[in-house]
Structure formats: C-alpha cells, structure tokens
Write a protein that binds this ligand. Structure first.
Ligand code: WT7
Length: 633
C-alpha cells in the first residue's frame, strides 16, 4: 500500500510554527502520521507510536531507496554530491544516478563478502566519497554501519570492533592533509592485531597511490571489486524498527556506548529536521562540515539532505588549510547556500581576521548553522554579521547522538533568533527543566534539561545493553528523558544550553567521558589514581586538565606517560592541555573525589572553595593550588 500524498513543508512563519507546535501537542499521532508521509514506505505504517512497539512499527522501507532511488525519476541528473579535495582543482561531482550506481556496486561487494541483514560493517575513512557510499550501501542490504571517527587510536577502534562484532571493515590506505599522510590502514592493522576480532575482511580504498602492506586472505583493494560488481542491487525491505546503524559516543562510564538508531523513525527525523531547520529549498547547496564519524555527519551530511533530494558538499580538508581562506573559497566557488559548522571552527576562523572572508563573495549563503557546543555571544555575532552579512538566518541547533537529529533550534523566518540561544523546541518536541529532585520547574529558570514525550528520532537502545540505556536516560528523572545538559529558559520560553551536568567533557564539539580518560590512565601501572576535568578553552570550548597521582612519588616523566596512555587508548583528540602530577586527590570522608574543587583549582582559582573541613584530606588543597599555578605560569 502506498502512502498518501507527500507532505511538502512550506516556508514557515511564526504563526505556522505556533500552529504546528499546537497541532503536534493536541494530536501527536496525527501529527507524526503526516510527518511520516515525507518518506517512501514499502508498507505504510498504520501504527504511528506506542510505548511498547516504538515508532511506525508495522511500516517497512529502505533508507537507501529513500535517499537515492526515489529521486531518480525526477532528479536523476541533479548533482547529489560535490566532493572538494584540499587542492582547488580536485573536484568530483556525482549525480543522483551516479551515486545510486556507486552505492549499488558497493552493496553488491558487501553481499558478495557474505554481509547479511543485521550484520555490522565498520567504516574508518578520511573525508572521501566512499564513506557516504559505504553507509548507504549498508542501508541498502540491511547491514548496520558503524562509522569510526578518523581520530580514534587503534585501541579505541579495537574496542568498538569488539563491541559491535563487525564482520567487514572498510578503511583507506592513507588520509591526506596537505603533504601529510595519515596512516588509516596502519592504524586499522594495529587494531586488528590487538586481539581476536570478528572482522574477516578489510576493504581498502586507495585515496592516493601510496602503497600499503596487504594481508593475504584478509585484505582486498576496494576499487577493483567495485568495478567488477553489478551496477544495480535490490534493496532489502526493512521494518521501521530494524536498526539502521550503530554509532559510539561517550558518557559517564569508561566504556563507549553503541547508540542504535532505527530505520523509519530516524530517517523521518533526519529528513523532517533538515528541511525545517535549514529551510531546505530546491537548488540549495548544503555544506555540513562534520566528519561522518559523528552523528552530525550521519544526519546532516548523509541521511537528512539526501532523503530530501538536496545537493551536499563534502570537503576533505580542515578549516584554514592549506590557507586561512580555504573554507570561504569553497563557499564562493560552489555557491554554497547553507553552511552548518561548529563553534570551534568559527572561533578558529574568526581569529584569522575579517579581511579573509571579506575578500570572498559569500552572497549565496542563506542559512548558517552551528552545533556541538555552546557558542559564545561574540562568535555568534561574528558569524551572523561578518559571514552572514546580517542577512542570513543563523540557527544554533541543540541535539545529541541519542536524539538522532535537531531538537531545539531557531527556524528561518519562523523563530526569531537571540545571539547564542538554541531558542525554541521544534514542533513536536517538549523540553522540560527539572530540579535536582526531578521536579519540573516552570517559567524563567535554570535546571537540568529533559525531554518529555516521544519523538521519532530517539535512539532505540544501546547496543547489547538495553539496561544501560534505561539507567542512563530514563531512570535518572523518571518519566523524562535525561539529556545530560543543563539549560536556562527565559521569559519568552527560549532555551539557552549551559553545558553538561555530568562528567562529559566537550573538546571542540567532541564528547569525551572523564571516565574514558581515567580508564586510559589506569592502564599505566605507574599511575595510582587520576581525574580528568574539563576547563574553559579559548579555541576548543573546553580543554582537558588531568590530575595524576603516581604510585611512586619520585617517578619521573609522569606527564609524558599520561599523554602516551591517553593517545594510545583514546586518541590524539583527547590529549590534555595540562597534566598535574599531585601527591593525592581531594576526597570526601567516604572516599569520593571532589571534582568541583579540582575543576576550580584547574581553572586557576585560589580561593572561594567553601567549607573544606568536610574533606578527608584538606591539607592537600594548598599543594594542588601551587602545582596548578606552576603548570599555567
Ligand atoms: C552534546 C551532544 C549534536 C551533534 C553534535 C554533538 C552539546 C550539542 C549544542 C548546542 C550547546 C550543544 C551538548 C550535547 N551540544 N549542540 N547547540 N549548544 N551545546 O553530538 O557528540 O552527541 O554531543 O553536545 O552538551 O549533550 P554529541
């Protein structure tokens, strides 16, 4: 049975926004039924949502068909993907027809490797087109992709391969950064050699002609297989609640959590939010700068814009590389209309001075967006005025890996922006602020941010640990979904995100658990105890300061040992700003580390610590202050 006519979202006005929000509140089932019409279903879902069966339980569909096949008749020759290499003349353009064919070939390669529905395929690639192709190919055959961020260490990769039970992995010979080569294949080789894993085949993309050792029987070059594969491929019929992918994120425990997203609910959410928040229009060139190794890359490089038939841009390089104006050149040359990036990138670009963007034609820009961390008033204003010339919408979008897509954000034309505010929930979303006891707080107030009610994008579970999903998100404040963030609500009901209330550190928009770093440090026997603390950082938003207590007080080179342990277990992106080697950590009488005190000291505070007499070891405080001061001076 086919769905009713597709729902086309018009450009929204403030009145529309209010009306949609009211409609969603009044009759959520009817509202989400209408929203679900934006997808092509094989069997239309008669069940919309209930607590037991989840979203669209009796609906069936295929995500790659929604992102590719359904566009072929109307926009097969439209550019789906523009890939821009670091060098200006290194460009690949793929139409929907090209991308469809490439995905079909990749899907056939995976099927020939014996990958079946429900199997996991790990993807560890630099910013090349094959990452997107591989994700959609997995979706086509019902396999779950597990994209691993390029910055992960071999041990971090091995942990995730083991947890996911991936049977096939895809990597590149190397990544490129200017003349530098990043050893993707070598890192994967190390990961696969660390312990017995279920990966039976490693497919290798040749990004450059650098040759890398190949292990007979396990490794294969991908390109020849793609060339030999059939250019068409039947798509699996998936239930809405069949998992689409698994993506690891950090939380309060040392072990990364495999967040599982379903097919129907997630894709509905990615598509709905991409259109609404970015005011998606035909002809838009949509550039989301996120790595596909993070959820932003999943929802707004791949699934959202492609489900909506958009044109996406993928840039291989970093901001300011090889020169400070490179990103602005990309916008000018490709006539980018929609530019979605992180506050960290904005802060870095802002430092280069206004002359750099002012020398480029950025007049095609229509909507700007930020995500991943709180944006300062300054950075917001610079982005709005200098890049947007005051005439672009600027959406500060709040959401998380677990929510699948944007939850709180301005909507161009419909929600008035305030600098550095995430503003209002999208129609259908009900944020609530609660106090420490879990009681909802009304009106203008600050509290812990929770979400009430259901929305299609919410993760299904944590891979192989539904109990942990329940205890992490649903048990802390019964009846509410707990986000881990704090927020303030103003008189107009606008939300301002204040940052994490748990032990998660946000470095350049990358989520890192304190416990993850502490577990890494515990692998070095010379370290008796440690604590990782997030402190404000001008460029990165937050930086990490690590307190380390050596087993032997006279031990040498503790700083470099600590950095080495973190680099090996987590990755270079988690390397701390400072390592403070201390004789002891401040503790309560019951032996708990007093993190609040350690944070203040790490931030350079020397007084105003309150009553220290409750500490088991108050004498340690002056020593910690002295060590912290020495480290910053
Ligand atoms: C955490 C989620 C959402 C995709 C990228 C990160 C922080 C996210 C904002 C924002 C302030 C933000 C929160 C959130 N965060 N967006 N607009 N303003 N903080 O996804 O890795 O799952 O991290 O990022 O702390 O909980 P993630």
């Amino acid at each position: 049975m086919s769905a009713p006519d597709p729902h086309v979202s018009p450009r929204l006005t403030p009145a529309d926004h209010r009306a949609l929000s009211d409609e969603a509140k009044r009759d959520p089932q009817a509202y989400w039924r209408k929203v679900a019409q934006r997808l092509d279903w094989i069997e239309w879902p008669n069940k919309i949502h209930d607590a037991t069966n989840g979203w669209f339980a009796d609906g069936t569909l295929n995500a790659s068909v929604n992102c590719l096949d359904r566009h072929l008749a109307t926009r097969g020759d439209q550019t789906a993907l523009i890939w821009q290499g670091e060098e200006a003349d290194n460009i690949i353009r793929m139409t929907y027809r090209d991308l469809h064919e490439r995905v079909c070939r990749m899907a056939n390669v995976l099927r020939e490797e014996g990958v079946k529905r429900g199997d996991r395929v790990a993807i560890h690639l630099p910013g090349v087109t094959e990452g997107i192709v591989a994700m959609l190919a997995c979706a086509r055959i019902g396999a779950m992709h597990v994209v691993l961020f390029g910055g992960f260490s071999a041990e971090a990769i091995a942990d995730r391969l083991a947890d996911s039970g991936a049977v096939v992995a895809i990597t590149a010979n190397v990544g490129r950064r200017g003349a530098k080569r990043i050893p993707f294949k070598a890192t994967m080789d190390t990961a696969l050699g660390l312990r017995p894993l279920s990966v039976r085949r490693l497919l290798v993309v040749s990004v450059t002609d650098d040759s890398v050792p190949m292990q007979t029987g396990r490794d294969a070059a991908l390109e020849p297989l793609l060339e030999a594969a059939m250019p068409s491929c039947d798509a699996e019929t998936m239930s809405a609640n069949d998992p689409l992918f698994l993506l690891y994120t950090s939380g309060s425990t040392g072990k990364p959590k495999g967040i599982v997203h379903g097919t129907g609910g997630y894709l509905t959410w990615a598509s709905y939010t991409q259109e609404m928040v970015f005011d998606h229009q035909p002809g838009d060139i949509f550039w989301c700068t996120a790595d596909i190794g993070w959820i932003t890359g999943h929802s707004y490089v791949v699934y959202g814009p492609l489900a909506n038939g958009g044109t996406i841009l993928l840039f291989e390089g970093m901001p300011s590389s090889p020169h400070p104006g490179r990103w602005w050149d990309v916008i000018e040359n490709h006539k980018v209309t929609t530019f979605y990036t992180s506050p960290t990138a904005i802060r870095a670009l802002m430092r280069e001075g206004d002359d750099v963007p002012d020398a480029r034609n950025l007049s095609t820009l229509r909507v700007l967006g930020t995500v991943g961390e709180p944006i300062s008033h300054d950075a917001w204003t610079w982005f709005h005025d200098v890049i947007g010339k005051g005439r672009c919408a600027l959406v500060d979008t709040w959401w998380q890996t677990e929510t699948g897509g944007i939850m709180i954000s301005p909507i161009p034309g419909a929600v008035k922006e305030k600098p550095a505010a995430a503003t209002l929930p999208l129609p259908g979303i009900q944020p609530v602020l609660v106090d420490e006891k879990g009681a909802p707080i009304d009106g203008a107030a600050e509290g812990v941010l929770c979400i009430d009610g259901a929305w299609p994008g919410r993760a299904l579970t944590i891979w192989q640990d539904d109990g942990l999903f329940q205890t992490t998100y649903l048990k802390p404040y019964p009846g509410h979904y707990f986000t881990g963030d704090g927020a303030r609500r103003d008189e107009e009901g606008y939300f301002w995100i204040t940052g994490r209330v748990d032990d998660v550190i946000n470095v350049s928009g990358h989520r890192i658990g304190s416990a993850e770093i502490e577990d890494a440090l515990a692998t070095d026997h010379a370290i008796a105890e440690s604590a990782a603390i997030g402190v404000p950082h001008d460029l990165k938003g937050q930086g990490i300061v690590v307190y380390v207590v050596p087993r032997d007080p006279s031990a040498a080179e503790m700083e470099s040992r600590a950095v080495k342990a973190i680099t090996a277990k987590v990755g270079r992106y988690a390397v701390p700003e400072r390592v403070l080697v201390v004789p002891d950590l401040p503790k309560t009488r019951s032996g708990k580390n007093v993190r609040r005190l350690m944070r203040k000291i790490a931030c350079g505070e020397t007084e105003g610590f309150g009553d220290l007499s409750t500490l088991a070891n108050p004498d340690i405080v002056p020593t910690l202050i002295e060590i912290a001061q020495r480290a910053t001076s």
